[in-house]
Design a protein around this ligand. Structure first.
Ligand SMILES: Cc1cc2nc3c(=O)[nH]c(=O)nc-3n(C[C@H](O)[C@H](O)[C@H](O)COP(=O)(O)OP(=O)(O)OC[C@H]3O[C@@H](n4cnc5c(N)ncnc54)[C@H](O)[C@@H]3O)c2cc1C
Length: 443
């Protein structure tokens, strides 16, 4: 049971990475009355790879769900940053040190393996966690003292739920965030990043007769091919049975689309055109994507929010800190949110709304600056990777050259050891434990 032996009725909106992990973290802390409302009818995840960084692995291990994820993951030994047009290596970073330094290796895996394992962990806590699929959180009637919100089953009548606390992990388009900002009279707009992404998964059989492509899927390596305003990051997942590519390019197709549009069937010729000047082996890989199966994602974020908490409602994950993917930390940060919520809610002395709000404020204090610092680092990394000809790019390439001689920082923040220390070395649960009493007393 949690430290304070207080049980709460906890509602969670969304069963993505943030919502699933929040439910599991709370059940592991001893909470017994957790309802998860998910709009989708099941955990149907878009097939794609995901990086599993040590700060994520540390939490999932404590929640007893890391082992099956790790068993299917590919452990990275190295990463290269390569000029997309020439295939010339600009920088090479050894990742073997990561496990020795942070206790977990840097791995890559399949999203369904990550989400599936967390969900299996939740199912083992079935006496505590109840899932309501095909149920959407439609509107918020009250943020406190006890939150009241309307839930709409896909095929049924809407009804109102009243709980002790509502945790909104309903993603980048969060409905709860909209209601919260309206109530607080805050205008934090969706920001167009002007970037979009193709996400591609190639099967081993499609690559194995091409020696250059086989070498890619066989390597324990992340490669980032960069070019002006574009890059491609690629790595093997699922025990090297799948090669995952995720691109970033200027958004052309969504620019005029309504803001509700986040994914679309892309055109293959437009994709080939976007990377027309990249090296032949990349073009051969892109050409393996069947016509009609090109999937493009719009990359949208929103401005930092002044607060993530109002009364007894808190935002979680992409609902409050959506990020560009260039640091590969979006899901990891949602998982950190979840772990910290588990710690702070387990420490409340009683179930009064005042205590719940104070605990949620501690959550915000532990998480907000860190999450927004990483959002900014991801954006900065994108800017450095996407430079065209000119002085700034010359500077960047000098930095890559110096790195080859073992000097200086990596312009790709994701691969830089100092940035990795900041991200992987941080134990958010420990920070929450250590600071709880002082912060709780302050609010
Ligand atoms: C191209 C790309 C590559 C990425 N690569 C990585 C990576 O390598 N590593 C990494 O850590 N992160 C990565 N990310 C980021 C990561 O995918 C997200 O940050 C993460 O999934 C956010 O989790 P979440 O739970 O906050 O939101 P989501 O996963 O979006 O989940 C939100 C859930 O809420 C549900 N929902 C929405 N509205 C409602 C409602 N009103 N009622 C009920 N349910 C609702 C949705 O159906 C969904 O299931 C990447 C993202 C992109 C776009």
């Amino acid at each position: 049971m949690n430290d304070s032996d207080v049980d709460l009725h906890i509602a969670i909106a969304g069963a993505g990475m943030g919502g699933l992990t929040t439910a599991l973290a709370l059940a592991k802390q001893g909470f017994k009355n957790i309802d998860v409302y998910e709009y989708a009818s099941n955990l149907g995840f878009v097939g794609a790879g995901i990086q599993l960084a040590p700060n994520m692995a540390r939490i999932l291990d404590r929640l007893d769900v890391w082992k099956p994820i790790f068993d299917e993951a590919v452990v990275l030994k190295e990463t290269s940053i390569v000029q997309g047009s020439t295939d010339q290596e600009l920088a090479h970073v050894d990742l073997d040190y990561v496990e020795k330094t942070y206790g977990y290796p840097h791995c890559v895996g399949h999203r369904s393996s990550l989400a599936g394992s967390i969900y299996e962990g939740c199912k083992k806590e079935s006496s505590a966690i109840k899932f309501h699929f095909s149920h959407s959180v439609e509107s918020i009637e009250s943020f406190g003292p006890r939150p009241k919100f309307v839930v709409k089953p896909r095929d049924g009548e809407a009804y109102t739920v009243e709980t002790d606390v509502l945790l909104a992990a309903d993603g980048v388009k969060s409905r709860v965030r909209e209601y919260m900002l309206k109530e607080l009279n805050v205008d934090a707009k969706v920001v167009d990043t002007d970037q979009a992404a193709y996400r591609i998964m190639l099967k081993r059989e499609e690559m194995q007769n091409d020696p250059e492509l086989l070498e890619l899927i066989e390597a324990d390596k992340v490669i980032r091919w960069i070019g002006e305003k574009r890059h491609i990051i690629a790595y093997p997942v699922s025990n090297k049975q799948i090669y995952n590519l995720s691109t970033t390019q200027p958004d052309k197709n969504f620019a005029a689309a309504p803001s509700a549009t986040y994914t679309t069937k892309g055109s293959k010729s437009a994709m080939m055109d976007t990377f027309h000047d990249f090296c032949p082996k990349i073009k051969r890989m892109l050409d393996l994507v069947p016509d009609g199966e090109v999937c493009e994602w719009k990359l949208r974020v929103h401005e930092p929010l002044p607060t993530w908490v109002h009364e007894t409602v808190a935002l979680v994950g992409d609902a409050c800190h959506p990020t560009l993917p260039h640091l590969a930390q979006g899901a990891a940060q949602a998982i950190e949110d979840a772990a910290v919520l588990g710690v702070v809610l387990s420490r409340i002395p009683d179930r009064t709304p005042e205590s719940i709000t104070k605990a949620l404020k501690v959550y915000e204090e532990v998480r907000k600056d860190r999450a927004y610092a990483l959002v900014e680092l991801a954006a900065a990394s994108g800017r450095a990777m996407h430079l065209g000809d000119g002085a700034a790019r010359e500077e960047r390439d000098k930095a890559f050259a110096a790195l080859k001689e073992g000097k200086g920082a990596v312009p790709d923040k994701w691969a830089d050891a100092d940035v990795q220390r900041q991200i992987y070395g941080h134990d958010c649960m420990q920070v929450a434990q250590d600071t709880f009493d002082e912060s709780f007393a302050k609010f």
